[in-house]
Design a protein around this ligand. Structure first.
Ligand code: ATP
Length: 632
């Protein structure tokens, strides 16, 4: 009589197509013909011939999948960086294969390719973190050597090892964290160029984003200088582009969103009309009294009064933040204390939205929220496999939501974020530093890299500026060295008297015989010299190209020499407190006192290639003393 094994084998082979042997551990064979599963437990006494036939049948039905999977895995391992997600997928395929193929030895000779594949499965299945790191390192080294000449020349000067590694490592979520002047923007350009040059992406698959229009134009210039044919957009121009590609045309931008005066006028008219309703007027007067101590006995709204003008400015500022919070579902969490404010503000917002609708136009927030909706609904299919974002430390939750929506369309899409938490200075306009300091919590498991060399300023200034900013223990630690050789003291202080600017620039002229650049930096415009005064300075010091900027405006800029002025105790750190409602709508404030002002001062300190001069007024900013205390 034939054994159960023989019968099952004959049945399985005769099925059209033959049944699949789904289980084989030497003691049991289970076959599936698409409708039913048959299983026999194999006797120990099974003849070697039947045993061999069963095994061969099992191997034949499975080897194509084994060999196919191993070939694709080997190709993948050779041709791209083993990113977090690729490794997760590979590991799940391997552990599935290992259930069947590792842990048993055939009593019969297996085909060589199968033996080799079985060995690969066992090896990969046993990989620990260290093996993975070693494998990735081997890939990185191979790419660094293959593209050495490319990295020597792509940005005009040879990139450092850390810069090259940031280009070659290609994870789905990657954060490059580095201090001022370390060449972050250079890496953005080099990485885009590398992706194209190594044919890992086409120009249409790469998207570059900069914080604002000026930065985007500068990046575009650097890209074209390196002959990289990739577009650099701002978040708003990206939003517009997504809407235009989905809806066929670019929507009109509302005049209200382009002029503070027009918006204030609109709100004033809206309030006047809303106050026709006595109940609304009662609430509004109560709000004015609560917020600005407006006269108690006032029973009629005076639009020109100081408190009303202040409220109009506040409503105008809140429009954008409130719309963003609504979109992100954060309005519900506003505390009870804002109930009266919200009841007065909501009708204004409704009128504003109706106006936009009637005019068939949008505002800056709509550019992003509408784009997010189009991406989320799938009406817009993202062509971008890799998105590179500069100045990531200043990204707002709304901008982050647009990135997340684009990335969610395909789990292979990658985000390369470049930022410096020490230079996060835009919370007042919605920037959320936690997107950088807690990158993986927001965007998923990530590779985080650093750059270790600054090219802008000498070691002495690097040490002072780093120590100054790190007095806030919540700033992330970075180890950076300077490549610059100091030719003069990196930081000096002079009294801020009537001739301070001329004396300081005179001092710079003594340090160099070459033409040079000088930046005059102040916390606020009001401390910067007038256009005439600047012209007079430029005329007097013909060898110096002199520019005046606020600390915020100086972000990303550099010059040979910098003068920091207007450093009065009541202006640096600035302590204007936003209204409580605006504070509540902004990303969470940090606990460390003046955290953002400290970073802003760090930005100002780190613009000079040779020397920074602090002008010390009679009542100096505490930041001056703290900085000078760090001089050797
Ligand atoms: N590998 C390099 N070798 C020499 N100089 C470099 C290198 N990489 C960048 N630089 C130079 O360093 C300076 C700063 O570069 P970049 O503007 O890219 O820095 P950044 O990190 O973006 O600065 P910031 O944080 O202040 O915006 C530039 O003058 C740039 O040309």
């Amino acid at each position: 009589m034939r054994s159960g094994g023989e019968e099952l084998l004959t049945w399985a082979q005769q099925c059209r197509p033959p049944a699949v042997a789904v289980d084989w551990l030497g003691t049991r064979l289970a076959c599936h013909d698409g409708t039913k599963m048959l299983t026999v437990r194999l006797k120990k006494s099974l003849s070697p011939k039947v045993q061999s036939q069963l095994e061969t049948f099992w191997i034949n039905t499975h080897k194509a999948r084994l060999l196919g999977a191993i070939t694709s895995i080997e190709q993948l391992l050779q041709h791209r960086y083993l990113s977090i997600r690729y490794w997760a997928t590979t590991r799940s395929v391997i552990s599935e294969l290992a259930k069947y193929w590792s842990g048993w030895q055939s009593q019969f000779a297996l085909p060589e390719a199968v033996q080799q594949a079985q060995y690969t499965v066992a090896e990969l299945n046993a990989w620990q973190e260290a093996d993975l790191a070693q494998f990735r390192e081997a890939y990185v080294q191979a790419q660094l050597s293959r593209y050495a000449t490319f990295f020597d020349t792509i940005c005009g000067q040879p990139l450092t090892q850390a810069q090259r590694r940031a280009c070659v490592v290609q994870d789905e979520r990657q954060l490059l964290l580095a201090g001022a002047g370390t060449g972050k923007t250079s890496v953005m350009v080099a990485k885009a160029a590398y992706l194209l040059h190594s044919q890992q992406a086409t120009a249409e698959q790469v998207l570059m984003l900069a914080y604002g229009k000026e930065a985007a134009a500068e990046m575009q210039q650097r890209l074209s200088h390196s002959k990289v044919n990739v577009e650099c957009a701002t978040f708003h121009s990206l939003g517009l582009e997504i809407i235009a590609r989905s809806e066929g045309s670019k929507p009109k931008l509302s005049a209200l969103s382009q002029s503070d005066t027009a918006r204030a006028q609109f709100i004033a008219e809206t309030l006047a009309s809303l106050c026709q309703d006595p109940l609304y007027q009662r609430d509004l007067l109560a709000l004015l009294k609560r917020q600005f101590g407006a006269a108690e006995d006032c029973d009629k709204l005076d639009l020109d009064s100081h408190p009303v003008q202040k409220l109009i400015r506040q409503f105008s500022e809140a429009l954008s933040f409130y719309k963003q919070a609504l979109f992100l579902g954060k309005v519900q969490s506003l505390s009870q204390e804002f109930e009266l404010w919200i009841s007065c503000f909501r009708p204004v917002l409704t009128d504003y939205q109706l106006y936009l609708q009637k005019e068939q136009c949008i505002d800056f927030d709509d550019m992003i929220t509408r784009a997010i909706e189009l991406v989320r609904s799938g009406q817009f299919k993202s062509p971008w496999h890799v998105i590179l974002v500069d100045e990531f430390q200043d990204i707002s939750p709304l901008r982050a939501a647009l990135l997340k929506a684009l990335l969610a369309q395909n789990d292979k899409y990658a985000l390369f974020a470049v930022g410096d938490d020490w230079q996060a200075i835009y919370r007042f306009s919605g920037g959320d530093i936690s997107m950088t300091t807690h990158f993986a919590e927001h965007f998923g498991e990530a590779t985080i890299q650093q750059l270790d060399m600054t090219f802008r300023y000498p070691q002495q200034l690097l040490d002072i500026a780093s120590e100054f900013v790190c007095q806030n223990p919540n700033q992330l630690m970075k180890r950076v060295n300077s490549s610059k050789v100091a030719t003069c003291p990196a930081l000096i202080a002079r009294p801020d008297d009537d001739n301070a600017l001329s004396t300081a620039i005179d001092g710079f002229m003594d340090l160099t015989a070459e033409p040079c650049t000088v930046l005059l930096l102040a916390r606020n415009h009001k401390y910067l010299p007038s256009a005439e005064a600047l012209a007079a300075l430029s005329e007097r010091f013909a060898r110096a190209r002199i520019t005046a900027l606020t600390f915020h405006g100086a972000k990303g800029k550099e010059a040979d020499f910098c003068i920091l002025l207007g450093l009065h105790s009541n202006s640096v750190p600035a302590r204007q407190q936003s209204a409580a409602i605006i504070e509540a709508l902004l990303p969470e404030a940090e606990s460390f006192l003046d955290a953002e002002e400290r970073r802003l001062f760090y930005v100002a300190l780190t613009r000079a290639r040779k020397q920074v001069c602090l002008l010390v007024p009679d009542e100096p900013s505490p930041f001056i003393e703290q900085t000078l205390a760090l001089l050797d």
